[in-house]
Write a protein that binds this ligand. Structure first.
Ligand SMILES: NC(=O)c1ccc[n+]([C@@H]2O[C@H](COP(=O)([O-])OP(=O)(O)OC[C@H]3O[C@@H](n4cnc5c(N)ncnc54)[C@H](OP(=O)(O)O)[C@@H]3O)[C@@H](O)[C@H]2O)c1
Length: 337
């Protein structure tokens, strides 16, 4: 089958078909989206090796199902992020544990659907399992209630774009950060009620909005860079969500003084743990599909760069490296032979 290998140069290649296990389905990849994790994994590939198939955001058609798979049948349209330890979706066919897979929203194109899985799982697990908010807007397990304030740092990125929509649907007051006119407009389109600029001091901007502190902060950018600001802006007994690994030690005293809760989210933790716990991700994606079909959540696709090949993936990686994209970048279809 055709695939794009990272050696770390991206090259068009012919590779062997995947070998699925009993819990796997094999899907024909119709579209994929790129993520910063693709470029991070690529940066760690040593030259001279066999290369790796990257990519952990796919939408496609089920081709075969392992004997333990009961939720899907060949022909079903699905979407998945998958497991970072396995070959990814820069390939015509992807073997993925079916428990990590959700059905594709019927009203979306392949590219619009491929934009969703990885960031949906990150935002959903972070906001609703980590921070404990109720996705449907009721009370939450942390004793909070809807209407509380959430500051989202990095609002226009792939994760932020989904998190804004989910948080608004959950009844939270969402203040999102964006630094450019295009990204400000984008976060407002996603539903942010107020926008702050992450390249300017945050405290005075929040004060101008009538907020001395916020109930929760979701940082979808640099954990180290915002650590002090988060400690300053979070209210006593508030909650912080971080998703980007820290580069240096983080001073915990400030959080202790305010009894602040710190939540880490890593969306590949579930696939790493294995077993039936993975089904939680399939269920989140199924739930999202229903919300998209009901018009409550929209795709976060920002741009489609063409067919799946080394050249267009190289262009997508270059855009990701700039750190100024909004929403998601997807590729759809395979080049004509
Ligand atoms: N732990 C997990 O499970 C997990 C899952 C997904 C992603 N991640 C990580 O989370 C990070 C974000 O992922 P993503 O897919 O949302 O990235 P992305 O789509 O590439 O993010 C692009 C956005 O970052 C914003 N940005 C740039 N500099 C910023 C800054 N200094 N402060 C705040 N925002 C800034 C930009 O906004 P402006 O243009 O407005 O400046 C741009 O819209 C990445 O490091 C990724 O690897 C972790």
């Amino acid at each position: 089958m055709r695939a794009v290998l990272a050696t770390p140069e991206l090259i068009d290649a012919q590779v062997a078909e995947p070998t699925p296990g009993p819990h796997d389905l094999v899907l024909q990849v119709e579209a994929l989206a790129v993520n910063p994790v693709d470029t991070k994994v690529r940066a760690g590939i040593a030259p001279g090796g066999p290369g790796r198939i990257l990519g952990w955001d796919a939408a496609g058609v089920v081709v075969t199902c392992g004997e333990a798979v009961s939720r899907f049948r060949p022909g079903d349209a699905v979407m998945a992020a998958g497991d970072i330890r396995r070959p990814g979706c820069y390939a015509e066919r992807l073997a993925v544990d079916a428990r990590l897979v959700g059905r594709k929203p019927e009203n979306l194109s392949w590219a619009e659907a491929a934009a969703l899985p990885l960031t949906t799982l990150t935002a959903w697990e972070g906001l609703f399992e980590g921070l404990g908010f109720d996705p449907d807007g009721g009370g939450c397990s942390a004793g909070e209630s809807a209407g509380h304030s959430l500051l989202i740092l990095g609002g226009a990125g792939g994760v932020g774009s989904l998190a804004i929509q989910l948080a608004r649907r959950a009844g939270l007051r969402v203040i999102a950060s964006a630094s450019r006119p295009e990204s400000r407009a984008w976060v407002q389109e996603m539903g942010a009620e107020q926008v702050v600029d992450h390249h300017l001091p945050l405290a005075p901007q929040l004060q101008a909005l009538g907020l001395e502190q916020v109930d929760a902060i979701a940082n979808f950018s640099d954990t180290d860079a915002y650590w002090d600001a988060m400690g300053e802006l979070i209210r006593p007994h508030g909650s912080l969500l971080v998703i980007v690994g820290n580069r240096g030690p983080l001073a915990m005293e400030r959080l202790k003084e305010k009894s602040v809760r710190l939540c880490w989210e890593f969306m590949f933790s579930r696939s790493a743990a294995g077993g039936d716990g993975q089904l939680a991700q399939g269920r989140i994606l199924d739930r999202l599909a229903a919300l998209v079909e009901a018009g409550e959540i929209r795709t976060t696709l920002g741009q489609t760069l063409g067919a799946i090949c080394a050249a267009s993936l190289g262009a997508a990686h270059a855009l990701l490296a700039e750190g100024r994209t909004f929403g998601k970048i997807a590729l759809q279809g395979w080049p004509q032979r």
